[in-house]
Write a protein that binds this ligand. Structure first.
Ligand SMILES: [Zn+2]
Length: 399
């Protein structure tokens, strides 16, 4: 498997020359990076050959080795699907997400969102589109620009502290924050290897107070930074599994990455702890009224239930049933995404396509997997979560 793993890394790196978003992280041998482009047909042949060779390797008896075998099998299949897409093949949305991410998002009818929207209508009675009333309500909860870095650094420190109480992090791990503009995402973790992450926060649009803990957990602790650092420690350094030095973005690994990063927020701040922390620490740091924190998070909890509306907009848009303007309008109506943010989301659909399912479906799949094993025990929840972050488990292996 080690030889196949090395060839897989080289194949992913070669495909990266055709697709600037593809290789999200690489910290393996520098001289494995190809100097020149290889044609897509040649890469497709290499992917098929590797899959065939891997099929001949009997499934190992050791559980971790067996996960590795299944992981490589799926990752090679994701590579083949991405090659087909770059070759011009257009998959329907669900077929694409199944091929790349090993999962399909459930279809939610409009009626599902309408029930939640009705509750929000009651909370914000008035004329005009509900999204505008919701947006007006949120306005006072923006983090002032001059306090942004301070608030983020505090949130990161709090998330890190909570994580370190429950997970042993590799010695020397660290995370740096940068502020950027003109991106289709709101935050990004660029894992550098050597247990270091660079987190970028996009300041194109106003940043609301809930994003501080959300981004600190999602991009940092116990999210992407911890996931990448634990994979590097336990799989690359301890076992020599070289395939984990490369992270192809459009692959099944992304559902685990985004799902654990989103679920990690509630692992770090379970139940009431989130609001208590916001009231006591972050709201004062951002210059916001702590007495308004509970009401804000009650509304956010309702709006979060609309998360799957993003999948529906993306599915219809990418299947060609609606155009970009209609997709943005759908997000405004059913996901309560304000106008400027909706336009940014549609740009995200263009760039990342069915990747959108990894956030909400990923979170729900990871939550179900971890909570079943933890059986209501908070300490065990952290243990099961850490075990998932340190293993090559696939989306289909969560069921
Ligand atoms: Zn993410």
């Amino acid at each position: 498997m080690q030889t196949i793993a090395e060839q897989y890394v080289r194949l992913v790196l070669a495909l990266g020359l055709h697709d600037p978003d593809y290789v999200d992280a690489y910290y393996g041998p520098a001289d494995w990076k190809p100097a020149a482009k290889t044609g897509l047909d040649e890469l497709r042949t290499r992917a098929t050959t590797l899959s065939n060779e891997l099929n001949k390797v009997p499934a190992p008896a050791d559980p971790m080795e067996r996960l590795r075998h299944a992981y490589l099998t799926q990752q090679l299949s994701s590579v083949a699907a991405r090659i087909a897409m770059l070759n011009g093949q257009k998959f329907p949305f669900d077929q694409e997400s199944q091929a790349l991410y090993d999962a399909t998002a459930p279809v939610q009818p409009e009626s599902h969102f309408q029930e939640i929207l009705a509750a929000l209508e009651k909370r914000f009675p008035g004329k005009g589109p509900l999204v505008d009333r919701y947006d007006a309500f949120r306005r006072p909860f923006r983090i002032p620009k001059d306090r942004l870095d301070k608030v983020f650094q505090m949130a990161i420190a709090a998330c890190r502290e909570r994580t370190m109480r429950n997970i042993t992090l590799p010695e020397g791990e660290s995370l740096t924050v940068e502020y950027v503009t003109n991106k289709s995402w709101s935050g990004y973790n660029w894992y550098q290897g050597g247990f270091k992450s660079l987190v970028q926060v996009n300041t194109d649009l106003p940043i609301y107070i809930d994003r501080a803990v959300d981004l600190a957990c999602h991009e940092g602790y116990p999210g992407h930074h911890v996931y990448n650092a634990l994979l590097e420690k336990h799989l690359v350094k301890d076992r020599g599994w070289i395939e984990f030095t490369v992270y192809p973005l459009f692959s099944a690994q992304s559902l685990i990455a985004e799902g654990t990063a989103n679920y990690g927020i509630e692992v770090a701040f379970p139940g009431e702890e989130r609001v208590e922390y916001e009231q006591q620490v972050l709201f004062p740091a951002a210059g916001l009224d702590p007495a308004s924190a509970r009401g804000y998070y009650e509304v956010q909890a309702l709006v979060d239930k609309l998360a799957y509306a993003g999948n529906e907009a993306a599915r219809r848009y990418l299947n060609g049933e609606i155009d970009a303007t209609q997709a943005a309008a759908w997000l405004e109506k059913y996901a309560l995404t304000p106008h400027d943010r909706a336009a940014q989301r549609v740009r995200f659909f263009d760039q990342y396509r069915s990747y959108v399912i990894n956030y909400n479906l990923g979170k729900d799949m990871v939550r179900a997997f971890v909570e079943k094993r933890a059986a209501g025990d908070r300490a065990r929840r952290w243990q099961e979560f850490a075990a998932l972050l340190s293993s090559p488990r696939l989306p289909s292996g969560l069921r």
